[in-house]
Structures are given as C-alpha cells and as structure tokens.
Design a protein around this ligand. Structure first.
Ligand code: ADP
Length: 165
C-alpha cells in the first residue's frame, strides 16, 4: 500500500491543487493533503479554515484525506507512513524551487521519493496568491474566480475580503 503526501499551504485550496490531488489518487492507494500550519508566507486563512475548505473540496474523493501538520514535511511523511511526496509543477516558476526542495528532502529522508505532476493546461497560471489578489479587489474579479476554486472556497474568499473592506 503506497501512501503519498501532497504538502503545501493551501491558502486556500484551488482547482489546480484539486487537479493534482485527483490525479495522484488514481495512482496511489492513499493521498494525504498535508496542510502546513506555519509557512513563512503571509496567510489569509487559519489552519482550521484551510483544513475545512480542503476537506469540503475533497469529500467526494475517497482515497484523499486532509490533515494539518506542524513539523518538518519529511517528519510528517514518516508519521503517516508516506513513501512519496507529491508536488505540482507549473510551466513557469515552480521548477527551480521544487528541485531545491526535492534535493533537500532527499538529503533529510533518503528513500522518500518526490513525484511531480505537470499542472494541467487550464491551471498553469493559477496560484492561491493570485486568486487572493483578485478577490481582495472585489467586483468582477470575485465573480470570475468561480472558474478556479470550488464554490464554497469562492464564498469563503468573498466573506474574508468583504469583512476587511
Ligand atoms: P501556491 O503555490 O498556490 O501557494 P501551495 O504552496 O499550497 O500553493 O502549493 C502546493 C503544491 O501545489 C506545490 O507543489 C505547487 O507547485 C502546487 N500547485 C499550486 N498551484 C498549482 C496549480 N495551479 N497547478 C498545479 N500545481 C499547483
């Protein structure tokens, strides 16, 4: 039985992330979306909110689970018995960073393999940070984000940013 860990900040989960998780779940017996509680980047959603949004988004994917984690990714992978780290690669920008991280993780945990999935065409330019930038401005952007995030995530973004205005 192969468990794969798909780690990230998922702030919030997007259709690009879901695409990768769905494709991973066709290959691995169990895919755990691991939500890192304290990444160095600025966060919009709390760890509980990010977990809830991801759980709702994956409720129809029986081989996908969502778990928060608070320690180093390779340690969390060991805790849950994962032998594979899943990552998504967009055409521009991701490669160098993903490569660096894979090398570091190989050093920290030999045998834990990083498997990268090429982002699907329609999500090549989708990132959680871009979605947040569009949402924060309101107006037409907020209506159009429905293409890129599940409806409950669009709603959560609307609430979050309307509350701030
Ligand atoms: P983001 O880069 O959107 O802030 P995360 O830090 O949560 O997202 O990223 C987790 C993983 O998901 C990374 O490997 C990242 O490259 C990948 N990923 C993010 N957005 C997409 C997308 N649109 N298509 C494919 N993979 C993606």
């Amino acid at each position: 039985m192969i468990t794969a860990l798909y780690p990230g900040s998922f702030d919030p989960i997007t259709n690009g992330h879901l695409d990768i998780a769905t494709r991973a779940s066709r290959i691995f017996d169990r895919t755990v979306i691991g939500i890192f509680a304290t990444p160095s980047k600025h966060l919009t959603f709390t760890i509980d909110e990010r977990v809830d949004l991801a759980q709702e988004a994956t409720k129809n994917l029986p081989k996908v689970e969502v778990m928060p984690y608070y320690n180093v990714t390779v340690e969390f992978a060991r805790e849950i018995g994962a032998s594979v780290l899943v990552r998504g690669l967009r055409m521009v920008g991701d490669f160098e960073w993903e490569f660096e991280m894979a090398m570091m993780n190989q050093l920290l945990s030999p045998g834990l393999e990083t498997v990268c999935f090429m982002a699907s065409q329609e999500y090549q330019f989708l990132s959680a940070s871009l979605i947040k930038e569009v949402s924060v401005l309101g107006g037409v952007g907020v209506k159009k984000i429905n293409k890129f995030v599940p409806p409950h995530v669009a709603e959560a973004l609307r609430k979050k940013f309307l509350a701030k205005r």
